[in-house]
Ligand binder design. Sequence first.
Ligand code: KG4
Ligand code: ZN
Length: 361
Amino acid sequence: MKAIRILAIESSCDEGAAAVIEGRGEQLTVLSNVVYSQIKLHQKYGGVVPEVAAREHSETLLPTVAAALRQAYPKIKKGRELIDGGKYIDCIAVTTGPGLSVALRMGMEVAKTISYVWGKPVVSVNHLAGHIYANWLSKNKITFPLICLIVSGGHTELVYMKEHSQYKKIGWTIDDAAGEAFDKGAKVLDLGYPGGPAIASIAKNGNKKAHHFPRPMINSGDLQFSFSGLKTALLYFWRDQKGISKSDVAASYQEAIVDTLLQKTTQALKQSPHLSLRAKVRDKQKVKTLLLGGGVAANKELRERLAELVKNDFPKVNYVQPDLPFTTDNAAMIGAAAYFQSRRGKYTPWRKLDADPNWSL
Ligand code: KG4
Ligand code: ZN
């Protein structure tokens, strides 16, 4: 079986990333995975500034792509990566949404140019599909049907997949995403940006039972999430309390987010195969696999609690989580999603490539 070699590019937010992956059958190999993070640049603004992100991508994406090509194929001479790389690569994958329009366009222009010069086809990839396919990079055997809990800075979704590249959203947030709850919570506690790692870090020394924060929509009976009230609850609590341990507050706040995610995931697995009345999704088969994806999938507490939940309550379900480098934004995951799309012949001519900042799975 012939391998397909993919150069993948990701620039939907503040990470400019490029990777080379090789796919054969169901097996994927990461030949390189380079991430240029702009976090330091945006820290002083307390969040990502789209124009600043795009300008930085315009300066850093080409060298990032060159580095990914040379790491994958050290034979390529320094300085000739974007010229000679075409001999090794079969297609180019690029994130075209959802994300910041100006940032997405930077990656797309690079992909279009390379596609034109090398004469290689482009695969247009949904960023959230990338977060799901990060799970295929950890060499696990993944069987369908499956559910993936996606938890990122902009999205919180439960997605059902009957087979490759077929997505049905069965639950989503009606306001803030889980990552946003971490980021906004960290702002309230004055812990800096990005908030997820900051809260997780001080929560390690805190008591998660010290305070009680709401578990939003936990009894709503459907698979919808809502996190904006939780952030507001923290804001008033923190404003009115004096002299309490920040670690205890962070640990209790993190616990409320993790509990909510676990509760909705439990409900989805329990309902299977009648997955969602709201989204009208049902199947004949029970779900066989639970996947986790997105930046918040880096959270240790969430990873451990989900693994424990599935082991104890759903022993027939196989739980898979991405390796840490593939949780936050990276291009290897975009290459992974593109590989399974390319097997179905889903290419886009470079002229037709367009950004869709609100592209829903
Ligand atoms: O997937 P991602 O890199 O970018 C988006 O697609 O949004 O996710 C970024 C989000 C941020 O909200 C960040 O605070 C959160 O992931 N995050 C974490 C952790 N690491 C990153 N949240 C909780 N715990 C972490 N260890
Ligand atoms: Zn992401």
